[in-house]
Design a protein around this ligand. Structure first.
Ligand SMILES: O=C(O)COP(=O)(O)O
Length: 214
């Protein structure tokens, strides 16, 4: 048995850092800041989704400049305001006690994902960290999932993948893993989660232990 996690919106509440970087970029460009709750739902979908959540109607070129600025500010603030979601630390402890390895499959670039898991204290316990740029095709493709499974040394069918986005559920299904929806994540009212390929919906991180029969 093994467990894989999505990073943003599932394992770590990264929205405060991402929105801090977004606001620095907006302010540099002469725009007003946005509130965390206004754009939090976009935080699982990458930097351009955050820019578009704040500024839906600016031209593409201006959005690209804001995205580049956001990413350069994010390199500074990454790990500063974020924390593990409530219930994740005891979950990881319980997995460790049960000798169930865990890893992370994120679409975030390695230059952000690696320092983040070091700053948040997971680098020594996490057995696999697959980033968006570790493979040619990221989620919803099966490739990053299967690479993580090989690093955990577990068969894909014995792995549960927790995520908060449709592409996470699709990637888990494509890799023949159990697709577990983390309902504490960045899911917006407009997300039609009933149409997503979900095997199990978890209301709290510790609900995974019941799912695993622990
Ligand atoms: O930064 C992104 O693109 C999203 O990252 P995630 O896959 O951990 O949700």
């Amino acid at each position: 048995m093994g467990v894989l996690f999505d990073l943003d919106g599932t394992l770590v509440d990264t929205a405060p850092d991402l929105v801090a970087a977004l606001n620095l970029a907006l302010n540099d460009a002469g725009f007003a800041s946005v509130l965390l709750d206004e754009v939090r739902h976009a935080a699982s979908h990458g930097s351009m989704a955050l820019v578009r959540a704040a500024k839906p109607s600016i031209p593409d070129q201006q959005a690209s400049l804001l995205q580049q600025s956001l990413l350069s500010h994010y390199a500074e603030v990454n790990g500063r305001h974020c924390q593990l979601f409530e219930g994740i630390a005891p979950l990881l402890d319980a997995l460790g006690r049960a000798h169930i390895p865990y890893g992370i499959v994120t679409n975030k670039a390695a230059c952000f994902a690696r320092p983040l898991i070091e700053r948040i204290g997971l680098a020594s316990s996490c057995r696999a960290l697959i980033s968006g740029d570790s493979v040619t095709r990221g989620k919803p493709d099966a490739a990053p999932m299967l690479l993580a499974a090989s690093q955990l040394n577990r068969a894909a069918r014995h792995i549960v993948y927790l995520g908060d986005a449709k592409r996470d559920m699709e990637a888990a299904r494509a890799a023949h893993m159990t697709a577990a929806l983390a309902s504490w994540g960045y899911i917006s009212a407009g997300d039609d989660i009933h149409s997503w390929p979900v095997d199990v919906t978890l209301a709290h991180p510790l609900s995974l232990l019941t799912q695993l029969g622990l």
